[in-house]
Design a protein around this ligand. Sequence first.
Ligand code: GCU
Length: 712
Amino acid sequence: MIIFTQPKAKAVFSFKPYRRLFSAALFLLFSAQSLFADNGHELWLRNKQVNPIKVICNNKSQTAQIAVHELKAGWSGGAGETVNIMIKTDRSLQQDGYKLSPHLIQANTATGALYGVFDFLRRQQTGQELSITSNPSYQRRILDHWDNPDGSIERGYAGNSIFWRKEDSLTVTLDDKKLWLEYARADASIGINGAVLNNVNASPRVLTEPYLKKVKEIADVLRTYGIKTYLSANFASPISLGKLKTADPLDPAVIAWWNNKVKEIYKIIPDFGGFLIKANSEGQPGPQDYKRTHVDGANMFADALKPYGGIVMWRAFVYNANEHDRAKQAYSEFMPFDGQFRSNVIIQVKNGPVDFQPREPFSPLFGALKKTAIMPELQVTKEYLGENIHLVFLASMWEELLKSDTYQQGAGSTVAHCTDGSIYKQQYTAIAGVSNIGLDSNWCGSNFDQANWYAFGRLAWNNQLNSSQIADEWIKLTFAPLTAKDQPAFKKTDWNNNFLTRVKNIMLTSREAAVNYMMPLGLHHLFSAFRHYGPGPWYAPKNVRTDWTPPYYHKAAPDGIGFDRTQSGSGAIQQYHEPLATQFSDLKTCPEIYLLWFHHVSWDFRLKSGATVWEELCHHYQNGVASVRDFQKEWDNLQPYVDQQRFEEVQSKLRKQCHDAQVYKDACLLYFQQYSKLPFPSDLERPIYDLQYLESIDPLTMEKAPVLNRRK
Ligand code: GCU
């Protein structure tokens, strides 16, 4: 473990922070790092052997000083060198972009220089090219925190909120500031520049003065690392806070209320980013309550925010119980309004048309909305992918999305290019990830979940990166021995061949493994009720709306399985541009990964392998379980390369993942077998549990499944 000490070289700018509190927090941030060396708290920013250097910087802003400080604190090049941080106008660079060469980091802004410094250090540490120019794919790279004012986090699996807490929730301590600073630093190190501080299911309370004062305190800390602060707003706030009778977006009193609220916010937080709004979705209030439209609602906010440069991120996650195919609704509701939204409105669209499933085709809104700014929403927290238990590296899923071709403007109109401004001109471009961060000492509830935070930031910066490169970087930064002294037992080549290659292989195959043991061949939403963790393909109580039950999605019946979204079914396929609509419609050309998403097929329908759907399902489930068992073995063999704490944490989670994968396989296959009435293929490993047991276990934990042969 290395104790960090300030490099001895004389700095051109001594680090004299402007504010006393900030100074104290920054001191704590850098001096206390080594205390956390083994618990994952340092993320991919672990301290390393630092060589003293001289840094010359032509800018005195606080963020530029932080850039200087970071460079000195992380320099792993030669000792005694001089590096220049130059902030000057360069038209080839965007606002946050930078140019690197071995002794120069050049940017238009201090924040750009900070990103340049972090990239430079990453390249030094991971052995990448040092002379590059880099501009971000999206202007706004935002984490959405689904944090509630009482400190709980919706779909959060890493402890309570780092921003809010129940008791005495509005006081701010030095420890809070230190944590926010660490958070901001981690975000900035991967290029994230925005944070929505509260849940999309927004409590109006957050817009009251006492909360706004706390938001200011948070914003003051985050700003130093270039992070803008945003809030989710509850559409009905004028009623609950303003005591108005209505929240109708065309009502002058409502408009005036929002205008005043926005004015108040900007007085407190002059660089406030804007609002995120979930309206008319899952019971949240919205313009449709007053027979108004998404345009009426979004534009009202946009007009209020415009004078201050704020934006509205208006979510397209809408569906209601009456629509016979939930996957169609966002497209049906938003397409008629293309071109009518203000330029500071961005429609925030989840990656797939349903809801962050292990695999979905891309949302047909991507590329289809041509005159409306649109931003992808990804879920970093693994609500539907094993929470903080299962090892699932999400970069593969996001890469699949971003590289999907929408064909909206001919071949090559990928989701990435339809959203980053390269195909459609948007005044603002953005991407959001639903955060997986909480108070747990390792931030994310598990070590490998940190890789998903990392991957989100990296892809938001460069939407053309591939998951292999991201995994490579993350493993090196997170696990490589810091000094030869730390791990004397092996050489670097051993580490590369044995650890790096094998962990990368686990990460890169982990998402497909999860799809296989959870819901292969296009199946989706087979989860148990409420908490989307364990399997519940049978769950369908009479008093629950059908689109919240798995049978609505899998449609297993004696005649077959899958959701018919062809023209003879719901017609959702028609929302895709040609040649996709034809390709998806035809059973011969529909990609098998989406087969049961788009088609209802008989149990004996033959796939390309020659096997029937039933047989293929069985094999996919089996392969999923087998992959996780392999991960488990691999990890155990890697023990010499990892510190004990992180080794054991991953090991115990893999154990549970293996158990859960088995439960998934048994539950789904035994349940579907009731309809297929077909035997298991002869080579299929037989179920361990029986269906009756599985239907009765606690769906939240899957822990209470009785172990066979247990004696009383
Ligand atoms: C999912 C999730 C909810 C969340 C919603 C949303 O349905 O389960 O907790 O509120 O998505 O994105 O708004």
